[in-house]
Design a binder for this molecule. Structure first.
Ligand code: ADP
Length: 290
């Protein structure tokens, strides 16, 4: 059966840097709804869009979890672009909610959203899938309020592998220090700025608090006079008073500079914070865009 014939493309839903997204439906079920994401495959990649590459993306099709966007099908169109048939998620993304000053949300809402994110990440890692670009704009919201991890880097890397580092609009605030210091991170001006912001906020990575850090390919030594000591619990509590002391403890564990000391998704889910008041808001009561 030809996957291309299985779906009908409808109106355009939106356009991002790497893709055009259409509403679509199953040819044999006109009431169904899917999102067809057509990745603008970079010309130099077109020949490389082999079955191997598609097979890698197709692995995501095997993953099924309420907090991971469902990938129903993958096909390459006649113009050799990569088409992803995705679960239709009509309620926008978390970034839209955060940026909308008309929307009020509190700790119980944050706890609900964070729980859905943590469960999605846990499930991916359990299945040896790394997302590589988690940020509010990649957390899409289903009609029932469920938050889903979307936009896996694997598919996007076909569009332009360099865009991440050079394109202004790409958010860089969520990169952990080991990636900023890592081999794959070609240092660009903002790398230094980003690293110094992390050092100022959380403390400077040193051989004492992160054994081996100075051997990382793009490690940037800090003048001993400017070393900021590692921040403790009180700092996190002061910065994020809404989280409460227990929530601040979880944040500190998630923001450990040395990735070996950083809490894993499953450890985060076992944290005491989830069980104390306030309990997470139920999906149907979560704030949403108008
Ligand atoms: P970006 O995330 O940079 O906006 P995308 O290419 O991922 O770019 O998506 C473009 C637009 O298409 C989004 O802003 C959103 O409005 C819409 N969209 C993307 N994926 C879906 C989906 N699964 N369901 C519904 N709409 C979607």
């Amino acid at each position: 059966e030809d996957v291309r014939q299985k779906y009908v493309k409808d109106k355009k839903l939106g356009e991002g840097t790497y893709a055009v997204v259409f509403l679509g439906y199953l040819r044999n079920d006109p009431a169904s709804k899917v999102a067809i994401k057509k990745i603008k495959v970079n010309a130099e990649y077109k020949d490389g869009l082999t079955m191997d590459a598609i097979r890698e993306v197709k692995y995501l099709q095997e993953l099924s979890h309420p907090n991971v966007i469902a990938l129903h099908d993958v096909f390459s169109s006649k113009d050799q672009n990569l088409n992803l048939v995705l679960e239709f998620l009509p309620r926008g993304d978390l970034e839209m909610l955060i940026k909308d000053s008309d929307i009020q949300y509190g700790l119980a809402d944050i706890k609900a959203w964070m729980g859905m994110l943590a469960r999605g990440v846990w499930f991916c890692h359990e299945n040896f899938v790394l997302h590589r670009d988690i940020k509010p704009n990649n957390l899409l919201i289903a009609s029932d309020g469920e938050v889903k991890l979307a936009d896996f880097g694997l598919a996007r890397s076909f569009a332009d592998p360099y865009l991440n580092m050079t394109h202004q609009v790409i958010t860089r605030w969520y990169r952990p220090p080991e990636l900023l210091y890592g081999r794959d991170n070609t240092p660009v001006p903002w790398t230094y700025d980003q690293i110094s912001k992390i050092c100022d906020a959380f403390g400077t990575p040193t051989e004492a608090n992160w054994p081996g850090v100075s051997k990382l390919p793009n490690y940037i030594p800090t003048d001993p006079a400017s070393i900021v000591p590692l921040q403790g619990r009180e700092f996190f509590y002061r910065q994020f008073p809404t989280a409460g002391p227990v929530g601040a403890d979880l944040l500190m564990a998630m923001c450990s500079l040395d990735p070996r000391n950083r809490i894993t998704a499953v450890e985060a889910l076992r944290h005491h914070w989830w069980t104390i008041d306030p309990r997470p808001t139920r999906n149907e009561d979560l704030p949403q865009k108008q």
